[in-house]
Design a protein around this ligand. Structure first.
Ligand SMILES: NC(=O)c1ccc[n+]([C@@H]2O[C@H](COP(=O)([O-])OP(=O)(O)OC[C@H]3O[C@@H](n4cnc5c(N)ncnc54)[C@H](O)[C@@H]3O)[C@@H](O)[C@H]2O)c1
Length: 502
């Protein structure tokens, strides 16, 4: 199946958002491309869209007009599926319906050569199920690009039950030659990205649903503290709640109603109300003209403390020590201790998934305050604090002053277990480990997929290693204890690694 070369003709079916982008990627790599769409004029419109997009690159000096002309010249619009006969690979990017995809691939098989690879860009349909109606299911593979296809690096190469491994490997290698970062994955609901990303939305939704923090604050924390490009609420508003809710529901159903993927009622309410996000002018945020964007909760300035004591190691939060010293705070260190910062009356601890209130009561330390996980404590602009219910106003003020002294904006949020960033990252990592445990893909593939497909600032599994797998497991176990449902059960693979000290 290594018959795919730069001279190979690539067919693309469907010239919408994805198909046009895929045609552009293939043509950029030097292939002659045949572009077909069932709707009259749609393929030409897709090609015009490619040309217009590239014209903007010429204007910016990123491509020459000659290069653009050559690229566009390699894409030929065709009027019939029959015209795809000479293609060595056909990539399908049509409507997301199993019956229609089966029909199109069935027709295609009769038109193309026996060794033509047929690939689907489906986001959610089983490759095994599409292949079930084909005479040569071994030639079918998932080739899942991300939007916008010319820009996003990731291609998930999906093998159904009958996919020939050599076909999957050929598409993997071709994707690399197209400048992409491919990963292999087994055909399972959500593949890698649409499965592992669920908690990014789900945890934000749960924190908001429980009044842990308002949406603007959660978004700000995931961005300014967690390092994500967008917060979950603005991202859901961008994707559209109809689409995002449908993906969540389909993954939930496909995994036999595993609580891990439970959709959120507050999102269903938006769908029911027709508040679909940016496209309808309103979602979690209001996009109508003149509407004011709500600001994240930010604590008023508080005085900087002069000294603090660190007991034990702060682990992943250790960079805070140097930052405090640089800010002129005298830091005393004690070797023994549970990794806390004592400042004034306050005791600060990185959230471990318990209520700060419970931890305060158990340790008879009423002024216990949790702080959240940051991607990078040095560069984070914002941090969240969750004081125990017993904490005094003075202790809270001292804690706020400490983080402000090192240049952070502070969001005081309710005592919600796992806070905003930590619970999200712990659950992303847990889902990643579970995908690996269920043989969907390799550990490396999880991190590549989440960085290349949805721009995560760090792969969730590498991030979990940095936090310490034992700490991640503890967060999950504590969340499971608080909520008492199955959603936070730790992946057997994570448990195994922690048990093995790996
Ligand atoms: N939009 C995304 O963000 C995204 C990302 C990854 C994968 N996908 C998947 O890619 C596929 C296409 O999505 P899209 O967003 O580009 O859709 P789209 O609606 O923008 O484009 C689909 C195109 O397919 C054409 N079409 C429909 N039925 C056809 C048929 N039987 N034969 C030929 N052409 C036909 C339509 O006329 C339309 O031009 C879907 O399977 C979707 O799940 C979408």
């Amino acid at each position: 199946m290594s018959h795919l070369t730069t001279e190979s003709i690539i067919g693309v079916i469907g010239a919408g958002t994805m198909g046009a982008g895929i045609a552009q990627v293939a043509a950029k790599a030097g292939h002659p491309v045949l572009l077909f769409d069932a709707m009259e004029g749609a393929a030409q419109k897709g090609l015009d869209g490619v040309a217009n997009g590239l014209a903007r690159l010429v204007a910016k000096g990123k491509m020459s007009q000659d290069q653009v002309d050559a690229l566009v010249g390699r894409i030929q619009v065709v009027d019939s599926l029959n015209d795809l006969a000479p293609a060595a690979l056909v990539v399908e990017a049509i409507v997301e319906r199993l019956d229609i995809k089966q029909q199109v691939f069935g027709d295609l098989e009769k038109i193309c050569a026996e060794n033509t690879i047929i690939a689907s860009n489906t986001s959610s349909i089983s490759i095994t199920a599409i292949g079930a109606k084909l005479a040569r299911p071994q030639n079918l593979v998932g080739m899942h690009f991300f939007n916008p296809a010319p820009i996003m690096k990731l291609v998930e190469v999906i093998s159904g039950l009958d996919t020939d491994p050599a076909v999957a490997e050929a598409i993997y290698q071709l994707s690399e030659r197209w400048g992409k970062q491919p990963v292999h994955a087994k055909s399972t609901p959500g593949f890698i990205v649409n499965r592992v990303a669920r908690p990014f939305y789900a945890e934000g939704l749960r924190v908001a649903e429980e009044g842990g923090a308002d949406i603007a604050t959660i978004d700000a924390l995931l961005k300014q503290c967690g390092g994500f490009r967008m917060g979950p609420f603005e991202l859901m508003d961008l994707i559209g709640h109809d689409v995002n809710y449908a993906v969540t529901s389909s993954v939930f159903e496909a995994y036999y109603y595993d609580q891990r993927f439970l959709p959120a009622l507050i999102q269903l309410e938006l769908v029911n109300a027709g508040h679909l996000g940016r496209k309808s002018g309103k979602g979690f945020y209001d996009y109508s003209e003149g509407a004011e964007k709500p600001q994240p909760q930010t604590a008023a300035p508080a005085p900087a403390p002069k000294t603090m004591t660190v007991e034990g190691s702060l682990g992943v939060a250790e960079p805070l020590v140097a930052l405090c010293e640089q800010a002129g705070i005298k830091v005393f260190r004690e070797d023994d201790g549970n990794g806390c910062i004592r400042v004034g009356e306050a005791t600060l601890l990185l959230t471990n998934g318990q209520f700060a209130t419970a931890r305060a009561a158990a340790s008879s330390n009423r002024n216990l305050i949790h702080f959240d996980l940051a991607l990078d404590y040095q560069n984070a602009d914002r941090i969240a604090l969750s004081p125990a219910d017993h904490a005094s106003a003075e202790a809270v003020n001292t804690a706020v002053g400490l983080f402000q002294a090192i240049g952070k904006q502070v969001s005081l949020i309710d005592d919600i277990p796992g806070m905003a960033v930590m619970r999200t990252v712990a659950m992303l990592a847990n889902e990643g480990f579970d995908a690996v445990n269920q043989q969907v893909c390799s550990e490396e593939a999880v991190d590549i997929a989440m960085q290349g497909g949805v721009n995560y600032p760090r792969g969730p599994l590498a991030w979990a290693q940095q936090i310490g797998l034992g700490n991640v497991l503890q967060v999950l176990n504590n969340l499971a204890g608080v909520y008492g449902d199955d959603r936070y059960r730790a992946s057997p693979l994570l448990r195994r690694k922690v048990a093995g000290g790996i």
